[in-house]
Ligand binder design. Structure first.
Ligand code: 4AD
Ligand code: MG
Length: 441
C-alpha cells in the first residue's frame, strides 16, 4: 500500500489508513523494546511509537534530536497529554533517516532553553528557533500580521511599499543609521510616515508594514535596532476619530488572532488567561499622567517630582501602566518632547494632538499624532528642531498642493507581540533580533 503523505496538522482526518510524514526528531525516549519519539514538522508535534524489532533496530542506530526523518505507520487516538500532543499517536511500521544531527554533549538542540546564556542562545538562533516557545511566537506573529492586514483591508485602506533608504529623519537625529549612498549621505529609515502622508491624495487612507531602523544606544527590554513597523495614515478626520480608529484596529486585530485556530490556542499557552482589551481605552492626557505619577511617588529621570515638559521615561511609564493594568491612551504631549510634525491642540498650544498607546508589561506599543497641515507652522517646527529642510521638499510641498487635515501612527510589531505573548523582551518576538553589539546570524 502506498501511504498517504500528510502533515501533522492533518492527523485527525487521517486516522486509520497507513500514512507517511516528514519531520525532525523533537524529543526522544527509549526503553527496552519500545521507543517514543515526538516528531515536529512545523505544523505540529506528533508522538510516534516504535515497538519490538523496530525499536531495537532504532536504538542501535543512535538517532539524535534534530535529525530529519521520514516516518510511516498508522494513526490512533490516545488520551491527550504532554507526551501525546493533540491526542494522537503514530504506531510506526517503518522509518528512514534523512539527515542525522550531531550527537553528544556539544550538540545544539531545540532543548537548549531556559537558564542558558542569552548571547549563546542568540548565536545559535537558527537552531533555538526550533524550540516550542519561539516557534509559537513566530506563528502568533504571522497571524498578527495577517489579521491586521485583514482589518486594514476591511477598512478600505491601501497597502504601500515605501523606500527603506532615505535622506530624511522622522524621530530625531540621534538614532539614525547613516550610510554612504553613491557619495551622498543617506539613512536607513526610522519611520515611513512622511512617505505615507504623500499617498493619501493618491490612494486614500494607507498603511505599510516595513522594517524601521533605530541606532538605539541603550540596552532595554523593548528597543531593537531593526523592527517591523506597522504604520498608517488617514485623511480628513479629527483627533477623537483618530483615537477611535486606533482602538478599533487594535481590538479587531486581537480578536482575529484569538479566533485563529492556530494562533489563538498558542496565545493562551504563552499568556494564560489573556483577554482581549475592552473598548473604549482609558484616555489620559499627559498632565493628568504627571499628576498620577506624583501622587504615586514615582519620580522623574532626575529623581524629582514630575513637572510640565518632563519626558515620561520607560521605567515610570511601565510602572504606571502595570499599576493601571489595562490599555491607556496617553494623549496631549508637550510640543518640546515630541517631533516637529505634530499638530498643536486648539485649546492649549503648549500641547499636541498626540497619543501613545500603553499596554501592561510593555508600556508604549504605538505612537501617533495629527499632523501639522499648515505650511508656516510646519516650517516653524523644523526650525524649532534645528532640521535642515532641504531633503524635505517633497513633504513640505504637500502643504502647498491641496493641504488637508490628517493623522497617523506607528505600531511596533515586536512590542505588541511581547504584550500578546507575555514575553519579557521584544528580542523574543523578533526572528533574528538586532541591537547594540549584535548583527548576526
Ligand atoms: O513612537 P515612534 O518613534 O513613532 C514614529 O516613528 C512615528 N513616525 C510613527 C507614525 O506616526 N507613523 O515609533 C512608533 C512605534 C513605537 O510606539 C514602538 O512601538 C515602536 O514603534 N518602536 C520600536 N520598537 C522596537 N524597537 C525600537 N527601537 C522602537 N522604536 C519605536
Ligand atoms: Mg514614541
Amino acid at each position: 500500500d502506498k501511504p498517504k503523505l500528510i502533515k501533522i496538522r492533518d492527523t485527525t482526518e487521517n486516522r486509520g489508513p497507513r500514512v507517511k510524514l516528514f519531520g525532525w526528531v523533537h524529543r526522544l525516549r527509549t526503553q527496552k523494546g519500545v521507543a517514543f519519539l515526538v516528531l515536529r514538522d512545523g505544523t505540529g508535534y506528533l508522538q510516534c511509537v516504535l515497538q519490538g524489532d523496530l525499536a531495537n533496530a532504532f536504538q542501535t542506530q543512535n538517532l539524535t534530536l534534530e535529525s530529519s526523518v521520514a516516518i510511516y505507520g498508522t494513526l490512533k487516538e490516545v488520551p491527550e497529554g504532554a507526551r501525546a500532543p493533540g491526542g494522537h499517536e503514530l504506531v510506526v511500521d517503518f522509518y528512514e533517516i534523512i539527515g542525522l544531527a550531531p550527537s553528544g554533549d556539544d550538540a545544539i538542540t531545540n532543548k537548549v532553553q531556559e537558564g542558558a546564556d542569552p548571547s549563546y542562545l542568540l548565536d545559535y538562533r537558527y537552531l533555538t528557533v526550533r524550540g516550542e516557545t519561539l516557534s509559537a511566537v513566530m506563528k502568533v506573529r504571522a497571524s498578527f500580521l495577517r489579521s491586521i492586514r485583514r482589518v486594514y483591508d476591511e477598512l478600505g485602506m491601501t497597502e504601500i511599499t515605501p523606500p527603506c533608504m532615505v535622506q530624511t529623519q522622522v524621530e530625531g537625529g540621534s538614532t539614525l543609521f547613516a550610510l554612504d549612498y553613491y557619495g551622498e549621505k543617506a539613512y536607513l529609515t526610522q519611520s515611513s510616515q512622511l512617505y505615507l502622508e504623500t499617498v493619501i491624495p493618491s490612494v486614500g487612507d494607507a498603511y505599510c508594514i516595513a522594517e524601521s531602523f533605530r541606532a538605539e544606544r541603550s540596552h532595554t527590554r523593548r528597543h531593537l535596532s531593526e523592527y517591523t513597523h506597522i504604520e498608517a495614515e488617514l485623511g480628513f478626520l479629527d483627533f477623537e476619530t483618530f483615537l477611535e480608529h486606533i482602538e478599533e484596529v487594535l481590538c479587531r486585530t486581537v480578536d482575529y488572532v484569538l479566533a485563529d485556530p492556530v494562533a489563538g490556542p498558542l496565545v493562551q499557552e504563552l499568556n494564560p488567561g489573556f483577554k482581549a482589551p475592552e473598548r473604549p481605552f482609558m484616555r489620559m492626557p499627559y498632565v493628568d499622567a504627571l499628576e498620577w505619577l506624583n501622587e504615586h511617588n514615582i519620580p522623574n529621570e532626575e529623581g524629582n517630582k514630575f513637572t510640565f515638559g518632563d519626558d515620561i521615561a520607560e521605567a515610570a511609564e511601565r510602572k504606571m501602566t502595570d499599576e493601571i493594568g489595562k490599555p491607556i491612551f496617553l494623549t496631549r504631549f508637550p510640543l518640546e518632547i515630541k517631533s516637529f510634525y505634530m499638530k498643536k491642540c486648539v485649546d492649549d498650544p503648549r500641547v499636541t494632538e498626540s497619543v501613545d498607546v500603553l499596554m501592561p508589561n510593555v508600556g508604549e506599543i504605538t505612537g501617533g499624532s495629527m499632523r501639522i497641515d499648515d505650511l508656516d507652522e510646519l516650517m516653524a517646527g523644523f526650525k524649532r528642531e534645528g532640521i535642515d529642510t532641504a531633503p524635505y521638499d517633497f513633504f513640505i510641498d504637500l502643504r502647498k498642493y491641496g493641504t488637508f487635515p490628517h493623522g497617523g501612527y506607528g505600531l511596533g510589531t515586536e512590542r505588541i507581540l511581547a504584550w500578546l505573548c507575555d514575553r519579557f523582551t521584544v528580542r523574543e518576538c523578533s526572528l533574528y533580533p538586532r541591537f547594540t553589539g549584535r548583527c548576526k546570524p
